[in-house]
Design a protein around this ligand. Sequence first.
Ligand SMILES: NC(=O)c1ccc[n+]([C@@H]2O[C@H](COP(=O)([O-])OP(=O)(O)OC[C@H]3O[C@@H](n4cnc5c(N)ncnc54)[C@H](OP(=O)(O)O)[C@@H]3O)[C@@H](O)[C@H]2O)c1
Length: 378
Amino acid sequence: MAPTVKNPRVTFASEVPEGCFPIVGEHLVFDNSRIIDLESVPLNGGFLTQALLLSPEPYMRERMRPLTAQSYSTPMVVGAPVVGTCLVKVLRSEKEGVDVGDLMYGMSHWEAYTVQPYVEGRRKYRPEDWAPGTFDMDSLVLTTVPDPKGAFPLTRYCNILGTPGMSGYVSFEKFAQAKAGETIFVSAGASGVGSMVIQLAKAKGMKVIASAGSDSKVEYMRSLGCDLPFNYKKTHYQEFLSQNGPVNLFYDNVGGEAFAAGLEATAPFSRVIVCGMISEYNVPIDKRFGIQNTELIFKRRLTINGFLLPDLIPEFGAKFFQDVPVMLSEGKLRSQEVVYKGIEKAAQALVDTLTSGSDVSGGKLVVEMQGKTMGSSA
Ligand SMILES: NC(=O)c1ccc[n+]([C@@H]2O[C@H](COP(=O)([O-])OP(=O)(O)OC[C@H]3O[C@@H](n4cnc5c(N)ncnc54)[C@H](OP(=O)(O)O)[C@@H]3O)[C@@H](O)[C@H]2O)c1
């Protein structure tokens, strides 16, 4: 009989209603009942990968919505494994250009072993079902990445060298118009995106104000060079910014109260970059903060830019891969990850990503499949 191993996964078990947090065990279910024969499972011209790291990220909440609700991404498929950004290693390959031992980063399934491309349980993609500009997230491919061979922990691929770092980098390149001596406010400054933006702004000679939800994260932001970090759970956004503003650039990851306070703190002719609004993703529409100072957009002559990462990759993706690994290896950029060990913790890690999390020490949450420590602070 062929040798088999367990193939644990996290299944997207049911749609998450609007305005609710996903519940572990109800919407996201750990399933350890599957097995796989690693030597003889058919590859059908594809390749077999082993997941090393899973990257829980806020956008995944958007994909857990009911099928009927339209948005910028395709929804996750009920009954199929959760799809998210992962770092995987190639175990077998029948695909030209993909070699055994390659490390690959990108969209994959939250399970130990996957035959790529994986189609089981996937809903047939029909572009006519979706509004123009919708991304089919499942079709985003895995890309081969360099093996750092110990030069830095692999967890960096789920933070500064992955989606969060790239989102901060490309949006800052495109919209910031950063000038030395100006002031920026970064909300969720200890997040993957926020920690990148703080460092890029400091490199441009800006004064940086940033918010986060714990004193440890305040110290983490200070260690990244932030001049005025504050804990928004102790000091209201508006109170801190009115004492320390005005700001010329406002980089928002939070929305709601942070967005209103950031707008209020702007100087005339400021730029606003809206990356995300994580405080609103799990709140029913009628319970959301409700911005009341939007008239400032014309009174202060503000320029507001929203973006989605895939829009900016064609223009700035190559520069990201050219600049950021070098800056990281030279110590000009830092990255810190909090590692949850074991796929059985992955569902909770995703829920924690959507809140301040159970670990408030600072750094992007990453799930390590093997339970061995592969990364911590730089
Ligand atoms: N536009 C794009 O293409 C794009 C791409 C990537 C990410 N994003 C957005 O960028 C933001 C950060 O993403 P990330 O990947 O960097 O996240 P992350 O590293 O996983 O960090 C998320 C952090 O958000 C903070 N947060 C959660 N709920 C909050 C609330 N109610 N109020 C204030 N802060 C809250 C928490 O930190 P605290 O402890 O400080 O509260 C949490 O640790 C999100 O809004 C995300 O949707 C957008």
